[in-house]
Design a protein around this ligand. Structure first.
Ligand SMILES: Cc1cc2nc3c(=O)[nH]c(=O)nc-3n(C[C@H](O)[C@H](O)[C@H](O)COP(=O)(O)OP(=O)(O)OC[C@H]3O[C@@H](n4cnc5c(N)ncnc54)[C@H](O)[C@@H]3O)c2cc1C
Length: 90
């Protein structure tokens, strides 16, 4: 295997490749609703409200990058959008 910019090839029996993900808040234009696109996650209140008329759920909230977290948050946000009272996200 040859890595970008490396003069010599890497020799190994088994390669292990690790990657990471990060939110890109500038690309969807969150600055246009008054949120700082330079921060790594969208801050919300307990009902997942991020700005007036805007909810944020899932990885973009920085509260744990897991499917079940996104679904948990989505249930709270949808309930709030429908005007039904309920507990904040825990
Ligand atoms: C390799 C891998 C393995 C994982 N394994 C697990 C696991 O085993 N268990 C677990 O719980 N979680 C796992 N996760 C995490 C899980 O996938 C995420 O936490 C979950 O998908 C978050 O849901 P989300 O809706 O926030 O984001 P996503 O599922 O990423 O959905 C975001 C959507 O928004 C779209 N989008 C992005 N930008 C824009 C834009 N500007 N305009 C319009 N659309 C846009 C994207 O195309 C995407 O469809 C894994 C993630 C990865 C990458």
């Amino acid at each position: 295997m040859r890595l970008d910019g490396a003069a010599e090839p890497v020799r190994a029996e088994r390669p292990l490749v690790a990657t990471r993900r990060q939110n890109d808040l500038a690309e969807p234009g969150l600055g246009s609703v008054g949120l700082d696109p330079a921060v790594g996650a969208v801050p919300t209140d307990g009902q997942l409200r991020a700005a007036d008329g805007l909810r944020a759920v899932g990885d973009i909230t920085g509260q744990g990058a897991f499917t079940h977290v996104a679904m948990y948050q989505a249930r709270i946000a949808v309930r709030d959008v429908l005007g039904r009272p309920g507990p904040d996200a825990d």
